[in-house]
Design a protein around this ligand. Structure first.
Ligand code: GAP
Length: 486
């Protein structure tokens, strides 16, 4: 059963996220984050940054504008190809993504089919408007970008970027010049992307404004069959699934096997291994819930030669949370043509336009996935048993009672632990305070009691076991660090 309704309830009650512009009735597909959600997003982004930027000394983070020149999207192909099929009811005007309507009724996937193919299926199954039962018009297409006019006098046509990636491509020439003039070069952006989704749904899964964490790796295409550190991952078992390759179940194949049997280059597979390690080792996702899924030709984004999605198995099935995309020179050559700026570089003793491997993740979808995977029944109600490293707060500090010098001591400890993300709470019974933190997913609750004043120890309660241990205040910071990374 889907956890979505329960997640929505807790998200609203505890301040993870809310509908945006809520006091005016909200806008579909737009959400604002409250304090817990914001903390969690920053945590996830920090973990992502540390892991992926740490993979190569020539990887850097940059920041680019959300509003971009029209030329960018002529060059990238988004103006022409970033479209979704839409059907509109002849009677009530209700519009919906054509493949989603079919998915809902026929319980199959139809992504990537042409408008004509979708039309035929709608007619064959006599599918009607879910709102009023009316007939549908022919399937049309809708560009998903938000256009803007920039300036007042002679406004220039511009767009809100539909992916952060383009921000890295338009900055590539400058970055290559000011950095080490060396490939591979990685440019990462964590920032907003905007898509006028026809049918936003499932809370943070399909939004109209969302955050992406994307790393664009520019490399020499002649070196695609090698990676200097491939040996390190050659025996690492990758969890892969591909209807195209007739893998009916998720299989574990070593990185070397994936290269040989799936015909994928080492440079690509090395980064598949790193992505899987991020989910399994850093975020502590149960391996059984993780897989790479190869997209069919119809599903693949228009710019990709190889395209495997990163999927996590949530309460309602496997969901895409990221992807690894071999975009070839599609974008840089496109920008070279439209902007008339040379995108080639001199590296490895020759001049060429670099190719791009893109590691792409939706931050909000990942946050939602962690909420879904972590939702459990606790003693007092539902709790979020988040991976400890990714929970909004690292720990909470409570005085057992609000008198006898305990609040003062608890605040002192709160100060000692300022390097962690901490919460202080002295309101309500201790049981209620534990329950509140379980629901917020806080891994540890530190309680200051009368014994603390005598021997400088506190109790530390573990969210998952509810067991308490006594720890000396002097060792508390070290102990919390140790337990967070377990
Ligand atoms: N630069 C490549 C790119 O944008 P994508 O598959 O369209 O590829 C990458 O998007 C990731 O962004 C997805 O895997 C997903 O996690 C997230 N994403 C895409 N559309 C989204 C939406 N409407 N709402 C929330 N997240 C979305």
């Amino acid at each position: 059963m889907s956890n979505t309704a329960e997640i929505e309830k807790i998200a609203l009650r505890r301040g993870f996220f809310f509908p945006s512009s809520e006091i005016y009735g909200g806008l579909s597909g737009l959400y604002d984050y409250g304090p817990l959600g914001t903390l969690m997003k920053r945590k996830w982004e920090g973990l992502w940054r540390r892991f992926f930027l740490g993979l190569d000394e020539n990887f850097y983070e940059i920041e680019a504008a959300d509003i971009m020149h029209e030329g960018v999207f002529i060059a990238s192909g988004h103006l022409q190809s970033f479209v979704d099929p839409v059907v509109k009811c002849k009677k009530c005007g209700y519009a919906e993504r054509a493949d989603h309507i079919l998915e809902d009724v026929l319980q199959e996937k139809f992504e990537g089919l042409s408008p004509q193919q979708l039309d035929e299926i709608i007619k064959k199954h006599n599918i009607k408007c879910p709102k009023c039962g009316g007939a549908f018009q022919e399937v049309g297409i809708l560009n998903m970008m938000f256009p803007l006019n920039v300036g007042v006098d002679k406004p220039a046509r511009a767009y809100l970027r539909p992916e952060t990636a383009q921000g890295a491509y338009v900055n590539f020439r400058r970055a290559f010049e000011v950095l080490r003039k060396k490939l591979p070069l990685g440019l990462a952006i964590i920032g907003k992307a905007y898509r006028n989704e026809i049918s936003p749904r499932n809370l943070l899964i399909r939004m109209r404004e969302f955050t992406q964490a994307e790393l664009q790796i520019f490399f020499n295409p002649k070196k695609i069959d090698e990676h200097p550190d491939f040996n390190e991952v050659k025996d690492y078992p990758l969890r892969i699934y591909s209807e195209e390759k007739k893998l009916k179940f998720t299989e574990e194949l070593s990185s070397s096997q994936v290269c040989k049997e799936q015909n994928l280059p080492e440079f690509y597979v090395y980064y598949m291994a790193k992505i899987q390690q991020f989910y399994l080792d850093v975020l502590k996702i149960d391996p059984k819930k993780f897989r790479f899924r190869e997209l069919s030709k119809e599903e693949r984004a228009f710019y990709n030669k190889y395209h495997w999605d990163v999927e996590l198995e949530l309460s309602d099935g496997f969901r895409e949370v990221g992807g690894i995309h071999y975009r070839t020179d599609h974008d840089l050559s496109g920008h070279q043509k439209v902007s008339k700026q040379d995108m080639s570089v001199f590296a490895d003793a020759e001049k060429f336009v670099p190719h791009v491997l893109e590691l792409s993740f939706g931050v909000d979808r990942n946050i939602f996935a962690l909420m879904d995977l972590s939702l459990k029944k606790g003693k007092e109600g539902m709790i979020f048993a988040f991976p400890k490293i990714a929970a909004p707060y690292d720990a909470a500090v409570f005085p057992l009672v609000s008198k006898n010098g305990l609040p003062e001591k608890a605040r002192e400890i709160f100060g000692i632990l300022s390097g962690f993300t901490m919460l202080y709470d002295e309101s309500g019974s201790i049981g209620r305070r534990y329950a509140r933190q379980d629901e917020a997913g806080t891994p540890f609750c530190i309680t200051v009691d009368h014994q603390t004043l005598e021997d400088n120890t506190v109790t530390v309660r573990d969210r998952d076991t509810t067991k308490q241990v006594r720890v000396g205040i002097n060792e508390l910071a070290e102990k919390i660090s140790e337990m967070l990374s377990e």
